[in-house]
Ligand binder design. Sequence first.
Ligand SMILES: [Zn+2]
Length: 210
Amino acid sequence: MSDVIEDRVDAAVDAWLRWLPSWKPGTHRGRVRMCRRCTGSPVLAAAGIAGDVPHQVAHALTSRMQRIVDRAVDEFTERQLPGLHAELTGDALWDAGGFNPSEGLPPEFDGLDLDPEPEDGQPFLFTLAGLAEQAKPEPVLPRPPLTPEEKRRLRTEIELADQCAHDAGQRVCFALAAHRPRVQAAIERFVEPQIQAMLEELSRHLEPPQ
Ligand SMILES: [Zn+2]
């Protein structure tokens, strides 16, 4: 299992390194609010990414690592946790259909607010969140309630899935730490010059007229 995770982390770091040269400041114009995935993320600590790195750059990496953890949990659930697996696939059937704007996004945008901040007096004609709300299908059938025995088993399986997520997260961080020099060198090469240029541009505009 740990070899699989290591291989996936290697591949995800490679993919992130291929993406990074295309990054420009302001690639993502969505709402800037505290990101639950990145704030205090052990992934960023493992990668040696400091808090002043632009959020999109950090987020693209945390999302890729999150996908590895999610996939490990999904695989474990499918193999070992029949009750939870049935519950989740049942949920997927119940929730099937509709438009989910956050589905199938590249990892750079995964988990971010997609709609920009509304400006006063300029309402948007539509927002992605609004579209998703409209496209949500009416539930066809009420879900049958679980028996106490099913509930008990489900709780145990959820705990096991949590434990699996925790273990996978630790393995991801451990594997990622080995890539720290590559990650830091790439940020120095592709991100820092752009930040520097932006700051210089800004200070030129701020200079008082002669
Ligand atoms: Zn983030």
